[in-house]
Design a protein around this ligand. Structure first.
Ligand SMILES: [Zn+2]
Length: 318
Protein backbone atom coordinates (compact mmCIF):
# COMPACT_ATOMS: atom_id res chain seq x y z
CA UNK A 1 0.00 0.00 0.00
CA UNK A 2 2.80 2.41 0.87
CA UNK A 3 6.44 2.41 1.88
CA UNK A 4 8.18 4.24 4.65
CA UNK A 5 11.57 5.87 4.21
CA UNK A 6 14.75 4.53 5.76
CA UNK A 7 16.03 7.99 6.64
CA UNK A 8 15.10 8.50 10.32
CA UNK A 9 14.48 12.22 9.88
CA UNK A 10 12.19 11.73 6.90
CA UNK A 11 10.42 8.89 8.70
CA UNK A 12 10.17 10.95 11.87
CA UNK A 13 8.51 13.87 10.10
CA UNK A 14 5.93 11.51 8.56
CA UNK A 15 5.19 9.96 11.95
CA UNK A 16 4.85 13.47 13.34
CA UNK A 17 2.32 14.40 10.63
CA UNK A 18 0.36 11.28 11.54
CA UNK A 19 0.42 12.11 15.26
CA UNK A 20 -0.48 15.76 14.78
CA UNK A 21 -3.49 15.04 12.57
CA UNK A 22 -6.23 17.50 13.53
CA UNK A 23 -3.83 19.94 15.16
CA UNK A 24 -4.29 23.59 14.22
CA UNK A 25 -1.13 25.69 13.88
CA UNK A 26 -1.37 29.43 14.34
CA UNK A 27 1.53 31.17 12.66
CA UNK A 28 4.63 29.40 11.44
CA UNK A 29 6.48 28.62 14.68
CA UNK A 30 5.33 25.01 14.96
CA UNK A 31 5.62 24.36 11.23
CA UNK A 32 9.03 25.79 10.33
CA UNK A 33 10.39 27.50 13.42
CA UNK A 34 10.24 31.02 14.72
CA UNK A 35 10.07 33.72 12.08
CA UNK A 36 13.40 35.35 11.31
CA UNK A 37 15.23 33.26 13.90
CA UNK A 38 16.97 31.05 11.36
CA UNK A 39 16.23 28.16 13.71
CA UNK A 40 14.17 25.20 12.54
CA UNK A 41 12.06 22.99 14.76
CA UNK A 42 14.23 21.35 17.37
CA UNK A 43 14.51 17.55 17.69
CA UNK A 44 11.53 16.10 19.50
CA UNK A 45 9.96 12.77 20.36
CA UNK A 46 9.30 12.07 16.66
CA UNK A 47 12.21 13.54 14.74
CA UNK A 48 15.80 13.00 15.88
CA UNK A 49 17.18 16.20 14.34
CA UNK A 50 16.28 19.77 13.44
CA UNK A 51 13.55 19.77 10.84
CA UNK A 52 10.62 21.59 9.31
CA UNK A 53 7.19 20.27 8.37
CA UNK A 54 6.72 22.60 5.40
CA UNK A 55 8.37 25.78 4.12
CA UNK A 56 5.01 27.60 3.64
CA UNK A 57 6.30 29.15 0.41
CA UNK A 58 4.19 27.22 -2.08
CA UNK A 59 2.04 24.10 -2.04
CA UNK A 60 4.70 21.53 -2.83
CA UNK A 61 7.48 21.18 -0.30
CA UNK A 62 10.57 19.35 -1.47
CA UNK A 63 13.49 19.56 0.96
CA UNK A 64 16.56 21.03 -0.69
CA UNK A 65 18.85 18.39 -2.14
CA UNK A 66 16.35 15.56 -1.63
CA UNK A 67 14.61 13.70 -4.45
CA UNK A 68 11.27 13.38 -2.70
CA UNK A 69 8.38 15.60 -1.74
CA UNK A 70 7.93 15.83 2.02
CA UNK A 71 4.63 17.62 2.40
CA UNK A 72 1.89 19.56 0.70
CA UNK A 73 -0.12 22.60 1.73
CA UNK A 74 -3.60 22.71 0.22
CA UNK A 75 -4.82 26.29 0.09
CA UNK A 76 -8.39 25.98 -1.21
CA UNK A 77 -7.96 29.51 -2.53
CA UNK A 78 -9.39 30.64 -5.87
CA UNK A 79 -6.23 32.68 -6.32
CA UNK A 80 -4.25 29.48 -6.36
CA UNK A 81 -5.86 26.26 -7.50
CA UNK A 82 -9.42 26.60 -6.22
CA UNK A 83 -11.10 23.81 -4.31
CA UNK A 84 -8.59 21.03 -4.07
CA UNK A 85 -9.88 19.00 -1.18
CA UNK A 86 -12.80 16.62 -1.28
CA UNK A 87 -13.89 15.86 2.25
CA UNK A 88 -14.87 12.56 3.72
CA UNK A 89 -15.92 14.20 6.97
CA UNK A 90 -14.84 17.83 7.41
CA UNK A 91 -15.79 17.87 11.07
CA UNK A 92 -13.25 15.14 11.77
CA UNK A 93 -10.84 16.61 9.22
CA UNK A 94 -10.90 13.44 7.14
CA UNK A 95 -10.25 14.17 3.47
CA UNK A 96 -11.29 11.83 0.72
CA UNK A 97 -9.12 13.13 -2.09
CA UNK A 98 -6.84 16.05 -2.91
CA UNK A 99 -6.10 17.28 -6.41
CA UNK A 100 -2.59 18.60 -6.25
CA UNK A 101 -1.67 20.95 -9.12
CA UNK A 102 2.00 21.75 -9.47
CA UNK A 103 2.97 25.37 -10.16
CA UNK A 104 2.72 26.08 -13.89
CA UNK A 105 4.05 29.64 -14.25
CA UNK A 106 6.69 29.72 -16.97
CA UNK A 107 9.04 31.76 -14.84
CA UNK A 108 8.70 29.30 -12.02
CA UNK A 109 11.66 27.06 -12.71
CA UNK A 110 10.96 25.28 -9.44
CA UNK A 111 7.95 23.64 -11.05
CA UNK A 112 10.11 21.02 -12.72
CA UNK A 113 11.76 19.87 -9.54
CA UNK A 114 8.41 19.86 -7.73
CA UNK A 115 6.92 17.63 -10.41
CA UNK A 116 9.96 15.36 -10.40
CA UNK A 117 9.70 15.05 -6.62
CA UNK A 118 5.98 14.21 -6.73
CA UNK A 119 6.70 11.56 -9.37
CA UNK A 120 9.42 10.15 -7.15
CA UNK A 121 6.88 9.76 -4.31
CA UNK A 122 4.38 8.19 -6.72
CA UNK A 123 6.93 5.70 -7.99
CA UNK A 124 8.31 4.81 -4.55
CA UNK A 125 4.90 4.87 -2.82
CA UNK A 126 6.16 7.36 -0.25
CA UNK A 127 3.52 9.20 1.79
CA UNK A 128 3.48 12.98 2.18
CA UNK A 129 2.33 15.13 5.08
CA UNK A 130 -0.75 17.25 4.38
CA UNK A 131 -1.49 20.73 5.68
CA UNK A 132 -4.72 22.57 5.00
CA UNK A 133 -4.40 26.34 4.98
CA UNK A 134 -7.63 27.27 6.76
CA UNK A 135 -7.03 31.02 6.61
CA UNK A 136 -4.08 33.41 6.60
CA UNK A 137 -1.53 32.10 9.07
CA UNK A 138 -3.76 29.23 10.20
CA UNK A 139 -2.98 25.69 9.07
CA UNK A 140 -4.45 22.40 10.11
CA UNK A 141 -2.62 19.10 9.88
CA UNK A 142 -4.62 16.54 7.90
CA UNK A 143 -2.24 13.66 8.51
CA UNK A 144 -0.68 11.68 5.68
CA UNK A 145 -1.57 11.20 2.04
CA UNK A 146 -0.27 9.07 -0.78
CA UNK A 147 -0.06 10.09 -4.45
CA UNK A 148 -1.91 7.42 -6.40
CA UNK A 149 -1.98 8.90 -9.88
CA UNK A 150 -0.75 11.66 -12.19
CA UNK A 151 -3.56 12.62 -14.54
CA UNK A 152 -3.05 13.57 -18.20
CA UNK A 153 -3.56 17.20 -17.13
CA UNK A 154 -0.60 16.83 -14.79
CA UNK A 155 -2.62 16.83 -11.57
CA UNK A 156 -1.47 14.53 -8.81
CA UNK A 157 -4.29 12.70 -7.04
CA UNK A 158 -3.75 12.14 -3.33
CA UNK A 159 -5.63 9.74 -1.09
CA UNK A 160 -5.35 9.65 2.68
CA UNK A 161 -3.23 6.99 4.35
CA UNK A 162 -2.50 6.26 7.92
CA UNK A 163 0.05 4.14 9.64
CA UNK A 164 -2.57 2.79 11.98
CA UNK A 165 -5.95 3.18 10.30
CA UNK A 166 -7.77 2.42 7.12
CA UNK A 167 -8.66 5.21 4.72
CA UNK A 168 -12.06 5.67 6.27
CA UNK A 169 -10.71 6.65 9.64
CA UNK A 170 -13.50 5.14 11.62
CA UNK A 171 -12.97 1.65 10.27
CA UNK A 172 -9.83 0.89 12.20
CA UNK A 173 -7.50 -1.32 10.29
CA UNK A 174 -4.47 -2.45 12.13
CA UNK A 175 -3.28 -4.32 9.04
CA UNK A 176 -1.16 -1.50 7.69
CA UNK A 177 0.83 -1.09 10.84
CA UNK A 178 1.86 -4.75 10.59
CA UNK A 179 3.82 -3.79 7.48
CA UNK A 180 6.06 -1.45 9.43
CA UNK A 181 8.49 -4.25 10.04
CA UNK A 182 11.39 -1.98 10.85
CA UNK A 183 9.81 -0.18 13.77
CA UNK A 184 9.52 -1.83 17.13
CA UNK A 185 6.38 -3.34 18.66
CA UNK A 186 6.32 -0.60 21.27
CA UNK A 187 6.46 2.08 18.61
CA UNK A 188 3.68 0.42 16.61
CA UNK A 189 1.61 0.27 19.75
CA UNK A 190 2.23 3.93 20.47
CA UNK A 191 1.31 4.94 16.93
CA UNK A 192 -1.99 3.05 17.09
CA UNK A 193 -2.95 4.26 20.54
CA UNK A 194 -2.13 7.86 19.82
CA UNK A 195 -4.00 8.01 16.53
CA UNK A 196 -7.10 6.32 17.85
CA UNK A 197 -6.90 8.47 20.95
CA UNK A 198 -6.73 11.81 19.17
CA UNK A 199 -9.69 11.07 17.00
CA UNK A 200 -11.65 9.90 20.02
CA UNK A 201 -10.65 13.05 21.90
CA UNK A 202 -12.52 15.27 19.46
CA UNK A 203 -15.41 12.85 19.04
CA UNK A 204 -15.92 12.74 22.79
CA UNK A 205 -15.99 16.51 23.06
CA UNK A 206 -18.38 16.76 20.12
CA UNK A 207 -20.70 14.16 21.57
CA UNK A 208 -20.72 15.78 24.96
CA UNK A 209 -21.57 19.30 23.83
CA UNK A 210 -21.15 20.21 20.14
CA UNK A 211 -20.75 23.96 20.45
CA UNK A 212 -18.17 26.66 21.16
CA UNK A 213 -17.60 26.69 24.88
CA UNK A 214 -17.61 30.48 24.90
CA UNK A 215 -20.08 31.75 22.29
CA UNK A 216 -22.20 28.70 21.55
CA UNK A 217 -21.44 28.48 17.82
CA UNK A 218 -22.78 25.05 16.88
CA UNK A 219 -21.50 24.25 13.38
CA UNK A 220 -19.49 21.07 13.80
CA UNK A 221 -17.33 21.73 10.75
CA UNK A 222 -16.06 24.94 12.33
CA UNK A 223 -15.42 23.67 15.81
CA UNK A 224 -11.88 22.98 16.95
CA UNK A 225 -11.05 20.53 19.73
CA UNK A 226 -8.20 22.14 21.51
CA UNK A 227 -6.10 20.94 24.41
CA UNK A 228 -6.10 23.24 27.44
CA UNK A 229 -2.59 22.16 28.32
CA UNK A 230 -1.12 21.79 24.82
CA UNK A 231 -0.61 18.36 23.34
CA UNK A 232 3.11 19.01 22.96
CA UNK A 233 3.45 19.78 26.68
CA UNK A 234 1.19 17.00 27.96
CA UNK A 235 2.17 13.48 28.95
CA UNK A 236 0.47 10.57 27.23
CA UNK A 237 -2.32 10.38 29.80
CA UNK A 238 -3.02 14.11 29.68
CA UNK A 239 -3.11 14.04 25.89
CA UNK A 240 -6.09 11.73 25.90
CA UNK A 241 -7.81 13.19 28.95
CA UNK A 242 -11.28 14.37 27.95
CA UNK A 243 -11.06 17.09 30.62
CA UNK A 244 -7.93 18.53 29.03
CA UNK A 245 -10.01 19.83 26.13
CA UNK A 246 -12.51 22.47 25.12
CA UNK A 247 -14.36 22.91 21.86
CA UNK A 248 -14.12 26.43 20.49
CA UNK A 249 -15.02 28.26 17.30
CA UNK A 250 -11.91 29.28 15.28
CA UNK A 251 -11.78 32.80 16.75
CA UNK A 252 -12.09 31.76 20.36
CA UNK A 253 -9.77 28.81 19.82
CA UNK A 254 -7.10 31.17 18.51
CA UNK A 255 -7.58 33.59 21.42
CA UNK A 256 -7.34 30.78 23.97
CA UNK A 257 -4.47 29.02 22.24
CA UNK A 258 -2.45 32.22 21.98
CA UNK A 259 -3.13 33.22 25.56
CA UNK A 260 -5.27 36.27 24.95
CA UNK A 261 -7.94 34.74 27.15
CA UNK A 262 -8.02 32.17 29.92
CA UNK A 263 -10.48 31.18 32.64
CA UNK A 264 -10.53 31.19 36.43
CA UNK A 265 -11.45 28.11 38.44
CA UNK A 266 -15.06 29.38 38.60
CA UNK A 267 -15.15 29.67 34.81
CA UNK A 268 -15.10 33.46 34.63
CA UNK A 269 -13.05 34.82 31.78
CA UNK A 270 -9.61 36.43 32.15
CA UNK A 271 -8.77 38.78 29.32
CA UNK A 272 -5.23 39.83 28.54
CA UNK A 273 -4.49 43.55 28.53
CA UNK A 274 -3.18 42.98 25.04
CA UNK A 275 -6.81 43.13 23.89
CA UNK A 276 -8.32 46.62 23.97
CA UNK A 277 -12.04 47.36 24.25
CA UNK A 278 -12.54 47.76 20.53
CA UNK A 279 -10.81 44.49 19.72
CA UNK A 280 -12.84 42.71 22.39
CA UNK A 281 -16.01 43.98 20.72
CA UNK A 282 -14.88 42.80 17.32
CA UNK A 283 -14.00 39.36 18.71
CA UNK A 284 -17.10 39.00 20.87
CA UNK A 285 -15.22 38.84 24.12
CA UNK A 286 -17.00 40.20 27.18
CA UNK A 287 -15.73 40.90 30.71
CA UNK A 288 -18.69 39.06 32.22
CA UNK A 289 -18.36 35.91 30.08
CA UNK A 290 -18.34 32.69 32.02
CA UNK A 291 -18.00 29.06 30.99
CA UNK A 292 -18.82 25.86 32.81
CA UNK A 293 -15.69 24.49 34.46
CA UNK A 294 -15.57 21.13 36.20
CA UNK A 295 -13.15 20.13 38.91
CA UNK A 296 -11.27 17.91 36.46
CA UNK A 297 -10.56 20.90 34.19
CA UNK A 298 -8.94 22.96 36.92
CA UNK A 299 -5.40 21.59 36.95
CA UNK A 300 -5.19 22.12 33.19
CA UNK A 301 -6.66 25.61 33.42
CA UNK A 302 -4.15 26.47 36.12
CA UNK A 303 -1.37 25.42 33.73
CA UNK A 304 -2.93 27.56 31.01
CA UNK A 305 -3.24 30.65 33.23
CA UNK A 306 0.36 30.39 34.38
CA UNK A 307 2.02 29.44 31.11
CA UNK A 308 -0.19 30.77 28.35
CA UNK A 309 -2.09 33.85 29.45
CA UNK A 310 -0.34 36.98 28.23
CA UNK A 311 0.41 38.65 31.50
CA UNK A 312 -1.33 41.85 32.47
CA UNK A 313 0.71 45.00 33.02
CA UNK A 314 -2.08 46.23 35.25
CA UNK A 315 -2.18 44.08 38.41
CA UNK A 316 -5.59 45.40 39.53
CA UNK A 317 -7.21 43.88 36.49
CA UNK A 318 -7.12 40.40 37.98
ZN1 LIG B 1 -16.81 31.03 19.92
Amino acid sequence: MFNLPEDPIHLGVLIKFEHLKGTVFHGQTEIKGKKGSGVFLLPDEYVPAEHILHDLIRGFYKPKGKPYMLSYQATESDKNYGKQIQWEDPSLQEFKLIRMSPPTGEKDNRAKSDIAAARYNLEHKLPIGILHKVSKGVNRCLGLGIIIEETVEGIFIVRPVSMSNSINGKQRNIQQIEDLSHITETEKDAVIKSRVGQSRFKENLLQNDPQCKLCGLGIKELLIASHIKPWSRSDSKERLDFYNGFLFCPTHDALFDKGFISFRDDGSIMISDALDEKTMDILHIFQNSKIEVLDEHRKYLRWHRVNKLIKSTNPTKY
